[in-house]
Design a binder for this molecule. Structure first.
Ligand code: NDP
Length: 445
């Protein structure tokens, strides 16, 4: 049995109840076959694959808080510190009722390779809670965040583990978490990224994941003599990533015709009016269906998965994992879609992503496509260490350069190992090689 198959077998036996984690490990391991086979003795000797698939540490804790009616509520909090070979653990916090250990392990595992691809010195981690901020008052969210940080603070720090936002964790939550960290430790340090601009945040961090997604998409299109100009784009989600992907795609001349949330999607043939979406989502914390009350001619459809039935040239899944299955992939291709770039983490099922590759779709997987968020988080860490703030244009230029470089590394790695144009293989190999070398250099730990 090959080294990859041996490790995959053990991972499946040990993590049978964590389907998302198994899915992420399977995708990465399958992509790494060529590079692992070519260096099997070295990687086996140092137990690289066995160590890569096991988090360095998982912290799980009780988060008690009191709601507005005076009831005691209890959620479960986690931090998965996956791999620190190339830097302090770095990765977001997710607050969503679906959060469990398996989902955070999948996200933490993916983060290790993504962070390596950015070229910046950051390891991989992820955390969160099954707490649902939706429908909670600001006071309830604050009470939860303060309780969450009252445990988490002992495990994180500017040079050890630096969390950020993710689903359900935006500027409001990061503010409450930072305030509590500072209060407990007395330290004013870059322990979280995605902070507000008045207390150590970086310009462009809010926009970074969505902008970065469109920058790498544009780079991919330019290599085949195409651009975003005049292209019809379908976007899922209406959160942080979706909003700024929409904004940048529109700035580059595309027409974005959909956005969605977990209940349904809107179609606006005139192109999405992003000011209206931002007011509904960022200010009112409302639902996407409110868009049709504000924009004549737009329509709303129940059922978020059907967003992929809307004809487009380019699809940008920006909501959540496994939101795009084989049936949706077939619909997209059948209706003329020729490019897919993933803003969300692992939005395509294994079958859907295999289908895109089989059909020759220009397909940029999440690990490369959404790395702009964590890249600017790392730039926020640098600014915090220097006690400086860089301008919007400076950070935006760095983000653009980083996304171009990720494209270059990803396409070169794919070509080197005989998979030209397969950015899934390219991203996994390019991310893996640096982490593996660092792990070998640091001995068995
Ligand atoms: P937000 O919380 O800002 O928005 C999430 C969006 O996805 C909302 O529109 C939400 O709808 C929708 N959504 C969430 N869960 C589901 C579901 N089960 N089915 C359908 N729609 C759903 O999160 P972000 O925009 O920050 O994150 C979106 C994705 O991007 C995630 O996969 C995240 O891991 C990834 N990502 C985010 C980064 C960042 O910098 N923020 C960086 C890299 C990746 P609803 O309101 O109905 O829940």
């Amino acid at each position: 049995m090959s080294y990859v198959d041996e490790v995959l077998k053990t991972v499946r036996e040990k993590n049978a109840s964590e389907p998302e984690f198994l899915q992420a490990v399977t995708e990465v391991m399958e992509s790494l076959r060529a590079v692992v086979d070519a260096n099997e003795d070295k990687y086996r000797k140092y137990g690289i694959l066995e160590r890569l698939v096991e988090p360095e540490r998982i912290i799980s804790f009780r988060v008690p808080w009191v709601d507005d009616q005076g009831n005691v509520r209890v959620n479960r909090g986690y931090r998965v510190e996956f791999n620190s070979a190339i830097g302090p653990y770095k990765g977001g916090l997710r607050f969503h009722p679906s959060v469990n250990q398996g989902i955070l392990k999948f996200l933490g595992f993916e983060q290790v390779f993504k962070n390596s691809l950015t070229g910046l010195p950051i390891g991989g981690g992820k955390g969160g809670s099954d707490f649902d901020p939706k429908g909670k008052s600001d006071r309830e969210v604050m009470a939860f965040c303060q309780s969450f940080m009252t445990e988490l603070y002992r495990h994180i720090g500017a040079d050890t583990d630096v969390p950020a936002g993710d689903i359900g964790v935006g500027a409001r939550e990061i503010g409450f978490l930072f305030g509590q960290y500072k209060r407990i430790t007395g330290l004013y340090e870059g322990v979280l990224t995605g902070k507000g601009l008045t207390y150590g945040g970086s310009l462009v961090r809010t926009e970074a994941t969505g902008y970065g997604l469109v920058y790498i998409l544009d780079e991919m299109l330019s290599h085949i003599g195409e651009s975003l100009k005049g292209r019809r784009v379908v976007i899922s989600g209406s959160g942080n990533v979706a909003i700024y992907a929409c904004q940048k795609a529109q700035q580059l001349g595309a027409k974005v015709v959909t956005m969605s949330d977990s209940n349904g999607y809107i179609v606006d043939e005139n192109g999405i009016d992003l000011d209206v979406v931002r007011e509904i989502k960022e200010i009112k914390r409302g639902r996407i269906k409110e868009y049709i009350d504000r924009v004549p001619g737009a329509s709303y459809h129940e059922g978020s998965r059907l967003v992929w039935s809307v004809a487009c040239d380019i699809a940008l899944p920006c909501a959540t994992q496994n939101e795009l299955d084989l049936e949706s992939a077939k619909l997209l291709v059948q209706n003329g879609c020729t490019a897919v770039a993933e803003g969300a983490n692992m939005p395509s099922t294994l079958e859907a992503s295999a289908y895109f590759l089989e059909k020759g779709i220009n397909y940029m997987p999440a690990k490369a496509a959404n790395a702009g968020g964590v890249a600017v988080s790392a730039l926020e860490m640098s600014q915090n260490s220097e006690r400086l703030s860089w301008s919007f244009d400076e950070v935006d230029r760095m983000l653009k350069d980083i996304m171009k470089e990720i494209y270059r590394m990803t396409s070169e790695a794919a070509e080197k190992y005989g998979h030209k144009g397969n950015f899934v293989v390219g991203a996994n190999i390019a991310g893996f090689e640096k982490v593996a070398e660092a792990m070998i250099a640091q001995g068995i730990c």
